[in-house]
Design a binder for this molecule. Structure first.
Ligand code: ADP
Ligand code: ASP
Ligand code: MG
Length: 385
């Protein structure tokens, strides 16, 4: 049976500094049904952890030290601004110590394995979630804030950097560690992206995988809703950073959202909708900067008839692939011809059609990533009523 509880995930830009973390805590405070808070590493931290590993493996001690210090300063500054408790500051220092030690061991060995990278990656989420848990303790003094190590719950294969979650084990762990506490006045604060294999080694679900973590936690407690809080008010008809006149989509089906993500829309990690679809849990995507703007609801509901909602794009070795996403696309007569005509016969070539997507290869070498997306979005806009 579905529980009433909500899983809320906050992405890197949503927790990028003290002010951003305060906005997240406000969203959490406003909804007493929020039971599990899933936190990503602060903005750009995961990239910086990659720089650390690369610099160390190349013997570039100066860059290693600089980036390590930047990472430490970034988190300590947030801690200071948030009046983090002395006990949590000590824990943060321990994580900074782990970061330095991993850098030094890569420097000595001049190489690193995917397994070591996952251990290093984990520090980003462990630091940000630690800070967030202490902020929530301060802001919600009556609640028991349970700082949960995601590696206790999210058991995975040993495929480092692209680990496969083990759904039965995740369910079993949630049944002992989380579910008995759901009715208590407890709020779990945990990490996205990371898990552990059966030997206890730290693993990660793939870059940008925190959305997937939230969905896995949602599935494990049979949540009523999974919220993905990011920096845009929902899934848009295309990437708002590249296209000016996007339209934010109010409703999407799991299949449409999966197609958008798989075919290139960065807003959701492609496998996010698998666990939520299995348990029929709605997914909300909204902006932690402007929660009042609402967002997109992703559910099992399908539009009754043909509709086109978004365009996304992938760069593949054989060229750029532009895809239109919608419903009942395979039932619309001559859709490929209609779109192809508007896109320009000489620049795009039909590639693939499913019920929820139709893709075209960009054949003109005059079209780059942005210009081909713009052309496709203009074609899409003709279908908006
Ligand atoms: P987070 O750090 O919260 O996980 P991401 O950077 O992973 O955030 O995802 C949000 C970004 O996804 C937006 O800032 C936007 O630029 C990009 N994006 C790409 N395609 C879309 C789309 N169709 N709708 C909304 N955002 C999109
Ligand atoms: N911090 C990880 C990344 O940047 C996971 C995530 O944010 O989704 O890839
Ligand atoms: Mg993301």
């Amino acid at each position: 049976m579905k529980s009433k509880w909500i899983v809320s995930k906050f992405g890197g830009s949503s927790v990028k500094d003290a002010a951003a973390m305060l906005r997240c805590s406000q969203i959490i405070e406003n909804n007493p049904l929020t039971k599990i808070v899933v936190i990503s590493a602060t903005q750009n931290t995961t990239n910086q952890l990659e720089f650390v590993a690369r610099a160390a493996s190349m013997g570039d001690e100066e860059t290693l030290n600089n980036v390590t210090q930047e990472l430490i300063n970034k988190h300590v500054n947030i801690a200071v601004e948030l009046f983090t408790s002395p006990a949590v500051l000590t824990e943060l220092e321990a994580l900074c110590g782990e970061l330095k030690a991993l850098g030094v061991s890569i420097l000595q060995e001049r190489t690193y394995t995917p397994k070591m990278m996952d251990e290093l990656y984990s520090l980003g989420e462990r630091m940000s979630s630690l800070l967030m848990s202490d902020l929530l303790r301060l802001r919600l003094p009556k609640k028991n804030i349970n700082f949960l190590d995601a590696r206790k719950i999210i058991k995975t294969s040993s495929d480092f950097q692209r680990a496969e979650p083990q759904i039965d084990l995740i369910q079993k762990n949630a049944a002992t560690e989380i579910i008995p506490h759901l009715e208590e006045d407890t709020l779990f604060v945990t990490q996205g992206f990371i898990g552990a294999d059966l030997l206890g080694n730290t693993t990660t679900l793939g870059r940008e995988g925190s959305d997937y973590s939230a969905a896995l936690f949602g599935e494990a407690i049979n949540a009523s809703l999974v919220e993905i809080w990011t920096d845009v008010p929902g899934v848009a008809s295309s990437d708002p950073r590249l296209i000016e006149n996007v339209k934010f989509i109010k409703e999407l089906s799991y299949d449409e959202a999966t197609a958008l993500a798989t075919l290139g829309a960065k807003v959701l990690f492609p496998t996010t909708l698998l666990p939520t679809k299995r348990k029929n849990i709605p997914v909300f995507v909204g902006s932690s900067l402007n929660p009042e703007k609402g967002g997109t609801m992703v559910t099992s509901d399908q539009n009754a008839g043909f509709s086109l909602k978004g365009v996304s794009q992938l760069v593949r070795p054989e060229g750029i692939l532009v895809s239109f996403i919608g419903t009942h696309l395979d039932e619309k007569e001559n859709l490929a011809e209609i779109l192809q005509k508007d896109l320009g016969e000489n620049s795009f070539e039909f590639s693939d059609l499913t019920a929820v997507s139709i893709s075209f290869k960009v054949t003109s070498n005059k079209m780059d990533f942005v210009s081909s997306l713009k052309v496709a979005h203009d074609v899409l806009a003709k279908f908006f009523s």
